[in-house]
Design a protein around this ligand. Structure first.
Ligand code: ADP
Ligand code: G6P
Length: 492
């Protein structure tokens, strides 16, 4: 039959995600300073260029008054490469929806950490009120989508913050083309069924026309949650409910690799590289770049490095670990605990193995700008990604993109989605096994050049040929096809 191809540069795309690509910081009464947001979702979506995109999301700041809201909306509309439209959430909603339901309940559950004790034991009221706030916040996102929607637009909802959104949108306009994509793992149905609101969340996601995940496993887990928890029929295409099919598939994300590769030629980046090389001359440098999040396995990584130093005294003055961990979700108590835990371990190890002139671990609680980040990726010998669970992990992609000349080694957790795409080139590890990670560090530091080259080449090929743009084009094209097929089916 005729091939349907909807990849056109003119397609209007409404991206809806909790987080806008920039976050606002108040700077005087009604003026705002905009800072780049950090995270894989933002990195991936900023790499999408071939659509006429509007991005609807929260600017990370509370703006109670209307004048302030207008000023911020204007600032967001003016400055950016993708037009940003803010959703305003008041403090209480942010507390219950973002800090509470999203980051204290869904995030840990989807990463196999489980549900917080206090919610399990205390009255179900706090859980329920957080879920109510979650639904309310999703309705607010739906209001803004409706305000900006034009017929024919593709509406692409993102991540665990907005699982209720497909239903809100379809209830108001059943013709809207709605896709939903999850940037985290979707856990085994045995984990998902712990969630008190398990039914409602699955049902609202199923209101979308197309549901996407990073890996085939996450998609399979979602389908089995629908069959086991909702009793629906799973087909190879997706899930069917009373004649309505929701397509479910895997769309592994990538990065805008060219942006990184080109950046390495910039004089600013070259300058940073020079400084770093001088600073660490004579030592091998290992790199960790993460949000300071419990899923990243930062304590486990540092403990493995300690074990390596313990067992290899000859390496003690010859290797350094740079761990750049940007604070994130700092109002959630679990994240505060993690920060002090990491500081404590780093202090102890530096006290134990440091000398008057050098310490083995440089830990920074901050984000780096793009140029500094590229320089670090390019000059370091080994990258250590030890996520306990991770939807994809784009840091591993970025490291590979910047290593064409050095051919450094990637140590990668088998629990990151990226293990499925970069597994053949990386050294895969179980981050819970400190002994295994420690010996992988030794293996990586001693790896001969020809093996490094072979491994790097494998991963580099993958990273440059699976880009963020390709990911988005495939998803949107699939969504359009799904809708045409559904129309044909109802006509038959
Ligand atoms: P997550 O989405 O869970 O944060 P990813 O590895 O997929 O994990 O994406 C993280 C993104 O955030 C990457 O693009 C990375 O460059 C960026 N990032 C993470 N930590 C830092 C940091 N300390 N400084 C600057 N950028 C960071
Ligand atoms: C992950 C999530 C994103 C989120 C990002 C940063 O990548 O999948 O949805 O934006 O972390 O977290 P934050 O809470 O700051 O938005």
């Amino acid at each position: 039959g005729e091939r349907l191809d909807f990849r056109t540069s003119k397609q209007r795309l409404l991206v809806v995600a909790n987080r806008l690509p920039v976050s606002a910081v108040r700077h005087g009464e009604d003026s705002w300073q905009l800072e780049m947001s950090v995270g894989g979702l933002v990195t991936a979506l900023l790499g999408v260029k071939e659509f006429d995109t509007r991005w609807i999301g929260w600017a990370g700041v509370n703006v109670p008054d209307e004048i302030g809201q207008k000023a911020l909306a204007k600032a967001l509309d003016e400055k950016l490469m993708q037009r940003c439209i803010p959703v305003f959430l008041d403090e209480e909603v942010v507390h219950q929806y973002y800090n509470g339901y999203c980051n204290n309940i869904l995030w840990p559950l989807f990463h196999y950490i489980g549900l917080p004790q206090e919610d399990r034991l205390a009255t179900t009221r706090s859980f329920q009120s957080q879920f109510d706030a979650y639904k309310k916040a999703n309705q607010l996102f739906a209001d803004v989508v409706n305000e900006h929607y034009e017929e024919g637009d593709v509406v692409w909802c993102h991540d665990y913050h907005l699982m209720f959104l497909p239903k809100c949108l379809k209830e108001r306009n059943s013709k809207m083309k709605v896709g939903w994509f999850l940037h985290t793992p979707f856990p085994s149905s045995e984990i998902h069924r712990m969630l008190p609101s398990r039914l409602e969340l699955l049902r609202s996601v199923l209101a979308a026309d197309l549901v996407g995940f990073h890996t085939y496993d996450y998609a399979r887990h979602f389908v089995s949650a629908c069959t086991r928890i909702l009793g629906l029929e799973g087909t190879p295409e997706g899930v069917e409910d009373q004649g309505k099919l929701t397509r479910i598939a895997a769309f592994p994300v990538g990065i805008d690799s060219e942006r990184f590769i080109k950046a390495l030629e910039l004089p600013e980046v070259q300058d940073h590289m020079k400084v770093l090389k001088q600073r660490f001359a004579g030592r091998k440098v290992m790199l960790g770049v993460d949000r300071l999040d419990m899923i990243k396995g930062i304590p486990q990584k540092i403990l493995a490095f300690e074990k390596f130093l313990e067992e290899n005294p000859n390496w003690r003055n010859k290797v350094v670990l740079l761990q750049i961990a940007v604070p994130t979700r700092t109002d959630v108590p679990e994240y505060q605990k993690l920060t002090s835990q990491v500081h404590e371990i780093v202090g102890r190890i530096n006290g134990r193995f440091g000398s008057l002139t050098a310490v083995p671990i440089h830990h920074l609680d901050r984000s780096l700008d793009f140029h500094e980040l590229c320089a670090l990726y390019a000059v370091t010998d080994v990258a250590l990604v030890t996520s306990l669970r991770d939807g994809m992990n784009l840091v591993s992609y970025e490291y590979v993109a910047c290593q064409e000349s050095k051919k450094g080694v990637l140590i990668l957790s088998e629990f990151a989605g990226a293990a499925q795409s970069l597994g053949a080139g990386a050294i895969l590890v179980n981050p819970w096994n400190v002994t295994e990670v420690a010996s992988s560090i030794g293996y990586a530091l001693n790896m001969p050049a020809d093996e490094r080259e072979k491994r790097h080449h494998h991963n580099f090929k993958h990273v440059i040929s699976h880009t963020a743009q390709e990911w988005a084009s495939t998803f949107v094209s699939e969504l359009n096809v799904t809708i045409v097929e559904a129309q044909l089916r109802t006509r038959q």
